[in-house]
Design a protein around this ligand. Structure first.
Ligand code: PMT
Length: 320
């Protein structure tokens, strides 16, 4: 790849346009952090879902990144359950905490309801208990300002929001946790090289030249939130590369841990790799009995992350 295709992370922000609602996101994030910090509640930023990169300025077509948002949405629920408040930066229309159970590949929204002879609507008997619990958990989290859910669609929406939220949350130091589960594009077309209007098929075959997206973990760890607890994810399809790539990422960026997962088994097994170069990866997996009972692996992942985060906070206290 030629030299000029590499872009410095900070230059990305001068060459691309921020989302229109960025100032709202900054204001809401500041209020959310202030409210939770007042009560000493720990805060986690969970990123979730895939980013898109447009092929045209007036976008008709775009390249998407794989992720349904399942990992992020379920993790957000377990963070809330563990006493954290959650900033859930997610791809618009991807799965959301609590709501996620009511838009599955098998069941659509209307499948949960029934009507009687007079036409009034009610929730089907078999879903009433879980739906009632999810509604109250969700409403309480929003009302008590324990859950804030900004969204993105494109890579640039995501990166501008990530930078601002991270800088604000990073001020909490070790008490802030970053759980970066979003699937972020590695390639994009810079604004000045993008077609203004819909690319015409009458012009024949399409050749795309894409620049490399800078790795934003670097400034995130080194300058936006240098004292905070940062967990990134590593997704691979070739298991022989997984541990090596995760360790390289820790070496390069210096954050606390990587959660490594394979595309096809990610719901049943993950490995937590710590930045100590000593320990073997910690495997977290579901047993067959747990799978049969629809147990969710994020329950186990978050229990472990909370332990690790607490040790991180305590080790910082002992340094002071
Ligand atoms: O949503 P689901 O369907 O449940 O799927 C969950 C998941 C598989 C998407 C999730 O568990 C996961 O692995 N997310 C990370 C996927 C990914 O993008 O991995 P990566 O190897 O490309 O990136 C590694 C890390 O670098 C990520 O934390 C990412 O935020 C970061 N990154 C990536 C690109 C980029 N330009 N800058 C970055 O900082």
């Amino acid at each position: 790849m030629s030299e000029n295709l590499f872009i410095h992370p900070e230059n990305y922000f001068t060459q691309n346009t921020p989302p229109e609602n960025l100032s709202d996101i900054i204001r809401n994030t500041s209020d959310f952090i202030a409210e939770n910090a007042k009560h000493g509640i720990p805060i986690v930023l969970v990123t979730s879902g895939g980013t898109t990169v447009p092929l045209e300025n007036n976008t008709v077509r775009f390249v998407d990144n794989f992720s349904a948002g399942t990992r992020g949405a379920i993790s957000a629920e377990f963070f809330l359950k563990s006493g954290y408040s959650v900033i859930f930066l997610h791809r618009k229309h991807s799965l959301q905490p609590f709501n996620r159970k009511y838009a599955t590949p098998e069941l659509g929204f209307l499948d949960f309801f029934t009507t009687n002879s007079s036409g009034s609507i009610s929730v089907k008997e078999q879903y009433q208990k879980s739906m009632s619990s999810d509604i109250s958990l969700f409403n309480n989290a929003i009302l008590q300002k324990r859950l804030y859910m900004p969204s993105f669609i494109s890579l640039s929406d995501y990166l501008f929001s990530l930078r601002e939220i991270t800088k604000l949350l990073g001020k909490l130091g070790s008490k802030a946790c970053f759980y970066l589960a979003a699937a972020v594009s590695d390639f994009f077309i810079p604004n000045d090289q993008m077609s203004e209007h819909k690319i015409q098929s009458s012009e024949g075959e399409l050749f795309l030249k894409m620049s490399q997206v800078p790795k934003f973990l670097k400034p995130l760890v080194k300058s936006w939130a240098p004292r905070s607890f940062v967990i990134s994810f590593k997704l691979e399809t070739d298991e022989s590369l997984l541990e090596e790539k995760a360790r390289k990422s820790l070496e390069k960026y210096g954050h606390q841990a990587v959660i490594a997962n394979m595309l096809h088994t990610r719901k049943f097994v993950v490995w937590i790799i710590l930045n100590d170069n000593i320990q073997k990866p910690e495997e977290i997996h579901l047993t067959q009995a747990q799978i049969d009972q629809s147990f969710e692996i994020e329950d186990l992942i978050i229990q472990r992350i909370v332990q690790l985060h607490n040790s991180f906070i305590n080790s910082e206290k002992s340094r002071i």
